[in-house]
Design a protein around this ligand. Sequence first.
Ligand code: NAD
Ligand code: GLY
Length: 362
Amino acid sequence: MSGLQRTVEVAGERPYSIRISAGLLADGSALCSPVRGDQVLVVSDDAVAPLYADALEAALRGARPGLAVARLVLPAGEASKTLAGFARAIDALATMGARRDACVFALGGGVVGDLAGFAAACWMRGIDCVQLPTTLLAMVDSSVGGKTAVDLPQGKNLVGAFHPPVAVFADTATLRTLPPRELRAGLAEVVKYGAIGDAPFLDWLEAHAGRLLGGDDAALREAIARSCQHKAAIVARDPFEHGERALLNFGHTFAHAIETAQGYGGLNHGEAVAVGMVLAARLSERLGLAPIADGDRLQALLARFGLPVHLPAGLDPQRLLDLMRLDKKARADGLRFIGWNGAGRARILGDVPEEAVLDVLR
Ligand code: NAD
Ligand code: GLY
């Protein structure tokens, strides 16, 4: 396994490693290495837990027989990423009598990772969290960098904290059970890294699209490692999003508005990001900042990955604009978007005229 393992280091005040390989969830001694105490809460969802939680817990207990391991399983899906779901995680920590050296293991996609990470951030003002991402999206994005949150009816991720994990183990074997729609959603975030800062990575993705869609482990490992390298570099320089980290939100202002307008039951996050990136590219064109050809290229690559590239029918542009005003990037002086100057050259767009946004949404 080790020859095929990729490791990405995330620098910062509390550095940590992202390990990427098939079979990591069976490696009890590696998984236990960041655990300081003798209590673990595994948080998962009801699609992932039946597949992987027993084996994970057996690996943990095998490596450290005295470990007390509790489990919380939430219903799968974005609808669980709420204050009520968060309260269940806090209850689980209270029930097990979690001490300051307890550790939360987030086993699942970004929903579980964000919620479990937020519970870890809040319990006793912060206990350790290990991220065990099982979706491609979580492996390339949400498990890395320490953003944790839950949603409110008023908007996505409005309640949360920065709480970096102490370790990330991305077991790529779990991607074999991932529904194809979710694999494609993760590819949207992979494309994002090329779009914002690495045009040659877009060439690579175009060349390897078939292997990635087919679930080829080597191609996926390469895509995950390269994505994590990008995210790790940005997060190390700007952990609290005072500046360039905002570039990671390319397409996200549109995406979050779409997800909220659809009540978190329409496009999934990655699909919404795909549409949002195309809209961000088109907005940049509209503002005279980027060539149309680059937007066309981005749209074609996302479509090749089976992702939506147009706004879903029935969404009211004015309502989407209203939702964007609540986006975390919005400021008193107006709407801010992440746009680009073309492939690989993202930039922050301040004070964007609402009429230009409405034009793009129409
Ligand atoms: P998700 O967690 O809902 O997972 C998608 C679906 O796949 C779920 O039904 C889940 O049960 C299932 N699943 C997960 N792994 C599986 C596996 N290996 N086999 C079979 N089924 C599996 O969605 P997601 O796309 O992973 O994450 C989306 C969330 O991540 C959103 O809430 C988004 O806001 C958040 N996010 C956070 C960050 C961050 O920096 N914290 C970044 C990007 C996205
Ligand atoms: N997904 C955006 C970020 O982590 O900053």
